[in-house]
Design a protein around this ligand. Sequence first.
Ligand SMILES: [Mg+2]
Length: 217
Amino acid sequence: MPLRAVLFDWGDTLFHAPHAPEVIVDFARSCGVSVSESRAREMWDEIWTMGKTMEEIAKGRDLSPEAHRRVWTDLFARLDRVVPGVSDALYERVMNPQSWVPFADTRATLEAVRGRGLKVGVVSNVPADLRPVFAQHKLDRLVDSYTHSYEVGAEKPDAAIFLAAAKSLGVKPSETLMVGDHEVDRGAERAGMRVFILPAEFDEDVRGLAAVFDLLQ
Ligand SMILES: [Mg+2]
């Protein structure tokens, strides 16, 4: 069955939060606490990795803005022991999707997929509308549909969210490739889609999305 559509995850696949360690350093300084850039990066990497465990994901944080704030702030609170109050600063400044930026290869990848006549969908566990975020970076014209967990009422890896995404594009699951960065994106297999999970390691700002092209042949 030839492909007719590619679904992309949003967080850590097309966009990322590049400034979290900087937020930690700046907030700490404003409180008179000294935290080095490398220590802030360690702190962030550790908390972000914890945030990606299935245990955290199972808390339903992407079904509503209220759940999102509660679950993430609870997790970030571990860092308050090092810098009191940093959990709220991280939530406000880093978890707002408007502060996220596309990877260096995002635009070219979406253009190339569309250039091959395929539809592009974004499917994300997220508590807010991503349309303004794509519009802000003038990427909105490259996306045919957005499927948000908070609107569907189901989060990845639930097959329901992938099926909703295929339906929104008017394609069959068997004609669809899901591209993501996390185990939850594999849920698309249960919906009858092909799945590509990006390598965890990549060069700073280039996500390695060009690997998708090999799957479109
Ligand atoms: Mg992701």
